[in-house]
Design a binder for this molecule. Structure first.
Ligand code: NDP
Ligand code: 8X3
Length: 259
């Protein structure tokens, strides 16, 4: 257990599944207090129960759609009713929609990806910043992706969105220099969560095939890293961290084994 995280308030967006839900459980095990947001409230309720069982003194949840400024405001007003400080903001909500080449891409997919992965981070950060204490180990951790570093076919809008996340993180790091608020991005490669199921609109066999022959990262791997990053001493800022499965040397270079 890291004493630096005990009783700290951790706000996690996209906490209803994948990295966000695993992060809730991992910070809970450190004795942190949680504010959890996502659109699927029933799933948040399950995560909250699991987090309390894992040791969180508080694991509160509320509906949040980061694609809506009104929803973000409503969520942060709700959070203010529970705490006057947020020690760690984890901007995790997001994902991909479709894998179409630009020639057949759909406006609704492109717009959804920019809403959640780009504008969602801007909205949440603007709304939560006044609650993050200065010079006290506070952090804003954004979830990026290897897709923000390297383009791939069918990924134009998602790669652009995650490249946007990277540049937002860098701009925020500069803007907050001198406040003592830490800013960083954790950028994973292949990780098996609901990510591909969402990308392929519920096509489970297609989603499964993404990880065929690979031992992908797990949600718990990323959660462990988030706990480590947030738990560094207050003067240590992990700016940018890329993490991939050992068999993924690059976005396009994945060694597939016969298990
Ligand atoms: P999941 O699909 O399992 O989780 C995505 C989470 O984001 C869900 O909790 C979902 O909740 C939430 N979410 C999506 N859109 C919104 C929205 N508009 N408002 C609020 N919450 C939203 O996938 P991951 O855990 O893998 O994804 C988490 C983050 O990690 C994403 O930003 C993704 O792009 C990124 N990432 C994923 C990788 C992977 O390979 N899995 C690799 C690199 C980065 P709900 O639907 O209930 O709102
Ligand atoms: C998710 C990883 O490579 O599927 O961000 O885009 S990738």
């Amino acid at each position: 257990m890291n004493a630096r995280l005990k009783n700290k308030w951790i706000l996690i967006t996209g906490a209803s599944s994948g990295f966000g839900a695993a992060a809730a459980r991992a910070f809970a095990a450190e004795g942190s207090r949680l504010l959890l947001g996502a659109r699927r409230v029933e799933r948040l309720k399950e995560v909250s129960v699991a987090a309390q069982a894992a040791g969180a003194p508080a694991a509160e949840f509320h509906s949040l759609d980061v694609a809506s400024t009104a929803s973000v405001k409503e969520f942060v007003d709700w959070a203010r009713g529970r705490t006057d400080r947020v020690d760690v903001l984890i901007n995790n909500a997001g994902g991909a929609q479709g894998l179409d080449p630009i020639a057949s891409g759909k406006d609704e997919d492109w717009e959804a990806m920019f809403q959640s992965n780009v504008l969602g981070i801007l909205r949440m950060t603007r709304a939560v910043l006044p609650l993050i204490p200065h010079d006290a180990g506070g952090s804003i951790l954004n979830i990026g992706s290897v897709a923000g570093h390297t383009a791939y076919e069918g990924g134009a809008a998602y790669c652009a969105a995650k490249a946007g996340e990277l540049q937002i993180t860098r701009a925020l790091r500069l803007e907050l220099n001198g406040t003592g608020i830490r800013v960083g991005t954790v950028d994973p490669g292949l990780a098996e969560t609901e990510f591909s199921l969402v990308r392929f609109k519920g096509d489970a066999p297609r989603a499964k095939s993404v990880y065929e022959g690979v031992k992908p990262l797990t949600a718990e791997d990323i959660a462990e890293i988030l706990v480590w990053v947030a738990g560094r001493p207050a003067h240590v800022n992990i700016d940018e961290l890329i993490v991939k499965p050992v068999d993924q040397a690059a976005v396009h270079k994945v060694f597939r084994r016969k298990f």
